[in-house]
Design a protein around this ligand. Structure first.
Ligand SMILES: Nc1ncnc2c1ncn2[C@@H]1O[C@H](COP(=O)(O)OP(=O)(O)O)[C@@H](O)[C@H]1O
Ligand SMILES: [Mg+2]
Length: 500
């Protein structure tokens, strides 16, 4: 800035009312000018003054830094040097405004530095008037806002990307306000349900749920600041059909204020359908295999019975006949055992009753006692009276299956522990053996029908049937097993709801 400048600018603050004698006011006019000059010179902003016809009169260090031109280059030069072509009339407009007595004009615009780089600047252009008040030029304060602009642009781009992502996501997405109304939803969600934006947005979310208690629960949980992960729900489509979805949702809070929920819906209707079809196909295949096994197993003793009956009819002595009939009877017993084992539980249609599981276990152990003894095994039982609600025949099957598996896996001299006890509304039955254990690779397969590691003797139906029965009784099966030599063994636990 040249020291000759004697301009007064109306952008200066109004003079103090004189009640306070400031140090500034005590300065000589030259001193004040030097003081103001120093403020301008050391300002970080570009500060320069221009005549009405566009000639630059002063140019501070901030201007040198921001625009890249020195004061020597610029003073006496024209502002058009750094104003881009398409921004030229901007200045005419500002001067027009100032002429009409308007206040300093502030606006964002672009300028070109000496090195050709385009920068974003924030300008405040103030009028410079002579002692009569006539406009004789302008003074400009310019701040380089390029960095802020770049950051803003990056932010806008990010925001745009995010919006695109949500809008075009294959996941359904919606926001629900504190009053339960949908305030935003993406295309995927409205498309999958068949609604237009005005049929969906603004409506209460409960209108689209098939199960009122489900949505009530969802909203209540969210209001308590719980996060929902894969919560199953059914949504109503416009055409009246239902879609199965998994909802994951949380609330956006601002301090304690509920702003809105953010809710992702994953449509699993198709997955559900395929799973069901697969299950049905698997069941059909299993039934077919079951029928084939049963037919095969029954066929052998049946053939034997046929032969034995023929032999009995043609036997030379009564004693021979009797012997044949006895053998036939034994074969028939095998058939009967087999059918009972495989099909027995399906036919048990007696109404469920309260059963003391400990009593039932005691009876089953008694039934198998001779088999246990013949293998040199010991059964240690700890049986507390524990009532469960269920079918006696079916539960007997469960206990028999677990016990026979334990016996079959155990070698001479081992102990099998059986325990029944009630704990926290549940009755737990545990059958633990010191047998071979189950190899890791087989654990996932033991409940499959026909999966057996007992060649020739196993049917592979025991655990399958067991699981079906336990499921039906609202129970759970737990398993611990180890194949580590010296410490091997398996413990099956059945947890059933207590009926006491
Ligand atoms: N207590 C156990 N110890 C070791 N393996 C077991 C035990 N219980 C079940 N298994 C394994 O699970 C398989 C399936 O059992 P199950 O369905 O009862 O059929 P099965 O006894 O006819 O083989 C068995 O063949 C065996 O490999
Ligand atoms: Mg078995």
């Amino acid at each position: 800035m040249t020291q000759k400048t004697t301009l007064t600018t109306s952008a200066l603050p109004p003079k103090p009312d004189g009640s306070e004698e400031s140090a500034f006011r005590q300065l000589t006019p030259e001193g004040r000018l030097a003081h103001l000059g120093a403020i301008i010179e050391f300002s970080n902003d570009a500060i320069f003054s221009v005549t009405l016809d566009g000639k630059i009169l002063s140019w501070n260090a901030g201007a040198e830094r921001i625009y890249g031109y020195t004061a020597e280059e610029m003073v006496g030069n024209r502002v058009s040097a750094f104003v881009p072509q398409d921004r030229r009339n901007e200045l005419d407009r500002v001067i027009q405004q100032l002429r009409e007595g308007e206040n300093p004009a502030s606006f964002e615009t672009r300028r070109v530095r000496k090195d050709g780089r385009v920068i974003h600047v924030y300008l405040t252009v103030s009028p410079v008037r002579d002692s009569e008040g006539a406009l004789i030029g302008t003074s400009t304060i310019a701040r380089d806002i390029s960095e802020r602009k770049t950051a803003e642009q990056a932010l806008r781009k990010k925001q745009q990307e995010l919006e695109d992502f949500f809008e075009n996501s294959v996941l359904g997405l919606h926001w629900v306000g504190p009053d339960g109304r949908i305030i935003w939803a993406n295309r995927a969600e409205m498309q999958s349900l068949g609604y237009s934006a005005c049929e969906y947005i603004g409506h209460h979310i409960a209108e689209f749920h098939a199960d009122p208690d489900v949505i009530q629960d969802i909203l209540a949980r969210l209001a308590r600041n719980e996060k929902l992960h894969s919560y199953e729900a059914r949504l109503k489509c416009k055409d009246g059909s239902l879609r199965h979805v998994l909802i994951s949702s949380s609330v956006l809070w601002d301090d304690d204020k509920f702003i809105h929920t953010r809710c992702f819906t994953l449509d699993i209707t198709e997955r559900r359908r395929t799973e069901q079809a697969l299950r049905r196909a698997e069941k059909m295949a299993a039934t077919g295999r079951l029928a084939a096994t049963v037919a095969h197993e029954i066929n052998n003793p049946l053939e034997a019975v046929t032969n034995l009956l023929y032999l009995a009819k043609t036997a030379p002595t009564v004693a021979n006949t009797k012997e044949c009939l006895e053998q036939a009877q034994a074969e028939l017993k095998r058939i009967s055992h087999l059918t009972k084992q495989t099909l027995g539980f399906f036919k048990d249609s007696t109404a469920p009753s309260k059963i003391d599981l400990s009593n039932l276990v005691r009876e089953v152990i008694r039934l198998y006692q001779s088999k246990i003894n013949s293998k040199g095994l010991t059964v240690k039982s700890q049986l507390e009276p524990s009532l469960v609600l269920g079918s006696e025949g079916e539960l007997r099957q469960v206990v028999s299956n677990l016990l026979t598996n334990a016996v079959e896996s155990s070698r001479d001299g081992r102990t099998i522990r059986v325990r029944v006890h009630a704990h926290h509304e549940l009755v737990r039955l545990t059958v633990a053996d010191q047998g071979s254990g189950i190899m890791a690779g087989n654990i996932d397969r033991i409940y499959e029908p026909f999966f057996t590691t007992k060649e020739n003797v196993g049917t592979g139906l025991g655990l399958w049937v067991t699981r079906e029965i336990v499921d039906k009784h609202g129970g759970k099966i737990q398993l611990r097993t180890s194949v580590q030599p010296g410490r091997s063994g398996t413990a099956f636990s059945i947890l059933l709801p207590s009926a006491s």
